[in-house]
Write a protein that binds this ligand. Structure first.
Ligand SMILES: Nc1ncnc2c1ncn2[C@@H]1O[C@H](COP(=O)(O)OP(=O)(O)OP(=O)(O)O)[C@@H](O)[C@H]1O
Ligand SMILES: [Mg+2]
Length: 353
C-alpha cells in the first residue's frame, strides 16, 4: 500500500518546549491510524501541522507524494475535527452540515444530495431539522462528524473526537467511527489519550512520548510486544518484577530464576524488569509445581473478572492478577488466602528500557 500521508522528520518547538521532536510516520490509503499518548506529548500540535494551522520548524509533510508543507490549510484536501466541536447553535443539523459546502459554492440539488448522504451515513436523517440544543451529546458528535465527512476529504483528522461523551456512548461511537471509516474509505488519523479506544478502533497506533514515537505498530504488537516499560505500562496493565539477566536466566531477588519470551535477545548482565500482564497469571490454590507462593493482599470484584493483589516474597509491590469469574477459586478466595501463581514464559518479556 502506498502512503497517503507522510510526515518526514517534523519538529516544532514552543520556546524551550519541543512539542514535536523529529517525528516521522506514514498513514496508508484507507487506514484507521491512532495517535496515542499522555497529555502534552504533542498529539494536537502534530495534527495542527498536518492540517496546516501550524508550520513545522523542520521536516516535510507529503500528501499522495506531493509536498504540502507550504500549502495553506484551506487548500489541503484534509479536514480537522477539533477537540471541542463547535456547532452553529442557530442553524439546524442540516444547515450545520451544509455550511462548509455552501462556502465552497455547492448549491441546489447537488448540495441537498450530499447533505442527505452525510446525514444518512451518521444515522441522523430523522433529526435534520433540529437545532443543536435539541440534541444529545452523542448526536452533536455525529453532526460534527457529518460536517467533516461531507467535504469528502482524503484524510480526516480527529482530535479526541469522543472526549466529551460518557463511557457507554463512547463505546458505541468507537464502533460507529470504525464503520464510517470503512464505509467511506477516507483515511482517519485519530488522536486519543485512551488506550482502550485506540486498541478498539485502529489498524495501527503510534504511541507518542514527549514529542517522539515510543512505538508504532498494530494494536496486538503494542500489547503483546511492547519495546519499553513506558509502552507496556501505557497500553493495558502490566506487572514488573525487577531483576537481572544472568547466564542461567532472569534472576528476581526473593523469587528466583525466571524464563521469558525474549530471554535469548537479552545479554547477561542486563538489569531490567520481567513484565507479565494480569490476565496471563494463572492462580491456583494448591502448588502445581514450579509456581510462586503468594498471599492475597486485596481483591476487587469486577463482574466478569476478579482482580487479586498478590504479595510475593521480596517484592515491595503486589503482583496484580486477573482471574475469570468462571474459576471456582473466585467464590471463596479472601484476604490472607495462600495461593500459587505461575505464567507461561511465552507470555512474559524482559524490558530493560
Ligand atoms: N501555542 C502554544 N504555545 C506554547 N506551548 C504550546 C502551544 N501549543 C502547545 N504547546 C505545548 O506543547 C506541548 C504539546 O502540546 P499538545 O497540545 O500538542 O499536547 P497533546 O498531546 O495534544 O495534549 P492533550 O492530550 O492534553 O490534548 C505541551 O507541552 C504544550 O503545553
Ligand atoms: Mg490535544
Amino acid at each position: 500500500m502506498s502512503a497517503l500521508l507522510e510526515v518526514a522528520g517534523v519538529s516544532k518547538a514552543f520556546g524551550p518546549i519541543k512539542a514535536v521532536d523529529n517525528l516521522s510516520l506514514a498513514v496508508a490509503q484507507n487506514e484507521f491510524f491512532a495517535l496515542l499518548g499522555p497529555s502534552g506529548c504533542g498529539k494536537t500540535t502534530l495534527l495542527r501541522m498536518i492540517a496546516g494551522f501550524e508550520r513545522p520548524d523542520q521536516g516535510r509533510i507529503l500528501l499522495d507524494g506531493v509536498d504540502i508543507t507550504d500549502v495553506k490549510a484551506n487548500r489541503r484536501p484534509i479536514n480537522l475535527m477539533f477537540q471541542s466541536y463547535a456547532l452553529f447553535p442557530h442553524m439546524t443539523v442540516a444547515g450545520n452540515v451544509a455550511y462548509g459546502l455552501e462556502m465552497e459554492g455547492v448549491r441546489g440539488a447537488d448540495l441537498k444530495r450530499r447533505v442527505d448522504e452525510a446525514l444518512a451515513l451518521v444515522q441522523l436523517s430523522p433529526l435534520a431539522q433540529r437545532k443543536p440544543a435539541q440534541l444529545s451529546g452523542g448526536q452533536k458528535q455525529r453532526v460534527a462528524l457529518a460536517r467533516a465527512l461531507v467535504k469528502r476529504p482524503k484524510l480526516l483528522l480527529l482530535d479526541e473526537p469522543l472526549g466529551a461523551l460518557d463511557k457507554k456512548l463512547r463505546e458505541q461511537m468507537q464502533i460507529e467511527l470504525k464503520r464510517l471509516q470503512q464505509e467511506t474509505g477516507i483515511a482517519f488519523l485519530v488522536v486519543t489519550h485512551d488506550q482502550e479506544e485506540a486498541l478498539t478502533m485502529a489498524d495501527r497506533i503510534a504511541l507518542l512520548r514527549q514529542g517522539h514515537i515510543a512505538q508504532l505498530g498494530e494494536p496486538r504488537t503494542l500489547y503483546e510486544r511492547p519495546r519499553s516499560r513506558f509502552v507496556a505500562d501505557f497500553i493495558g496493565q502490566m506487572n514488573f518484577l525487577e531483576g537481572r539477566r544472568i547466564a542461567e536466566g532472569f534472576e528476581v531477588p526473593g523469587i528466583g530464576l525466571l524464563d521469558a519470551a525474549n530471554i535469548a535477545d537479552v545479554p547477561a548482565g542486563t538489569d531490567g524488569a520481567l513484565a507479565v500482564r494480569p490476565e496471563r497469571i494463572v492462580v491456583s490454590e494448591s502448588d502445581p509445581g514450579q509456581a510462586i507462593a503468594a498471599e492475597v493482599e486485596g481483591l476487587a470484584y469486577l463482574g466478569q473478572d476478579l482482580i487479586l493483589h498478590l504479595a510475593l516474597a521480596g517484592q515491595a509491590k503486589p503482583l496484580v492478577a486477573r482471574v475469570p469469574a468462571a474459576n471456582p477459586l473466585t467464590t471463596h478466595v479472601a484476604r490472607g488466602s495462600r495461593v500459587w501463581c505461575s505464567w507461561s514464559a511465552a507470555h512474559s518479556l524482559i524490558l530493560s528500557e
